[in-house]
Design a protein around this ligand. Structure first.
Ligand code: ADP
Ligand code: MG
Length: 240
């Protein structure tokens, strides 16, 4: 479903991704862990072309993302993304936040978009807040809305970049719960996270990145239970 081939990314002279090869299968949940600055966000952002790819290739299905002929907006419609900062539109109520992209990009009418939005807000437990504004919601609630908003585009896959890192501890669980349900429904997901419990429980595979490389990957049992690389062991020793 997502295939990454020899991906290199430079910011000016700085090589941030140094040849990443990876494949994410349909319905798979891949958790990406690793120290700060190792290239995790850049890796995610290259998948939906939020960053220009310096060299190598990313495929979503059969479509080469970094082909000049590929419509970037179509790729972004197919691959939803949720950020650490929820980035809801502050001047729009929750319902409008969710209906906007499907109406503008998928060209569905307002009635249909609203029906879908209510359904998704129910799914994340927030339909009662449909007519509130983002500032009236807690961080955890805003992040759940951000997930609903991304799902409204009916993406084929979802990318999450540390979705719980900006949240107060008591709100982490409600967001992870929504993500866990999404995984159980068969959504293909790539999740950059510091939540090792989530990676262990929900991840089908765990990828450890360091210094612009994938150092090691495996099932949660393999990666957490029997890490092969000294770098993986050292990192896990600090976070577990
Ligand atoms: P992580 O998400 O693992 O913390 P990032 O992908 O954000 O790592 O960053 C990897 C490296 O790339 C870091 O050294 C960071 O400073 C650098 N970097 C990230 N974004 C930019 C940018 N827009 N311009 C220049 N350097 C960047
Ligand atoms: Mg990051």
């Amino acid at each position: 479903m997502i295939k990454i081939e020899n991906l290199h990314k430079y910011f000016g002279e700085l090589e941030v991704l140094k040849g990443i090869d990876y494949e994410i299968k349909e319905k798979e949940v891949v958790c990406v862990i690793g120290p700060s600055g190792s290239g995790k966000s850049t890796f995610l952002r290259c998948i939906n072309l939020l960053e220009e790819i310096t060299d190598g290739a990313v495929y979503i299905g059969d479509v080469k993302v970094n082909d000049p002929k590929t419509n970037i907006n179509e790729i972004r419609a197919e691959v939803g993304m949720v950020f650490q900062q929820f980035n809801l539109f502050p001047h729009m109520n929750i319902l409008d936040n969710v209906v906007m992209a499907p109406m503008q990009i998928r060209k569905i009418n307002r009635a249909q978009a609203e029906e879908l939005a209510h359904e998704l807000l129910k799914k994340v437990g927030l339909d009662s807040k449909a007519y509130n504004y983002p500032e009236q919601l807690s961080g955890g609630q805003q992040q759940r809305v951000a997930i609903a908003r991304a799902l409204a585009m009916k993406p084929k896959a979802m990318l999450f970049d540390e979705p719980t890192s900006a949240l107060d501890p008591e709100m982490v669980k409600e967001v992870l719960e929504v993500m866990k349900n999404l995984a159980a429904e068969g959504m293909t997901m790539v999740v950059v996270t510091h939540e090792m419990g989530f990676a262990r429980e929900v991840g089908d595979r765990v990828v450890f990145m360091d210094g612009g490389y994938i150092v090691e990957e495996g099932t949660p049992e393999e990666l957490f239970g029997n890490p092969k690389s000294d770098r993986t062991k050292a990192f896990l020793g600090k976070v577990l």
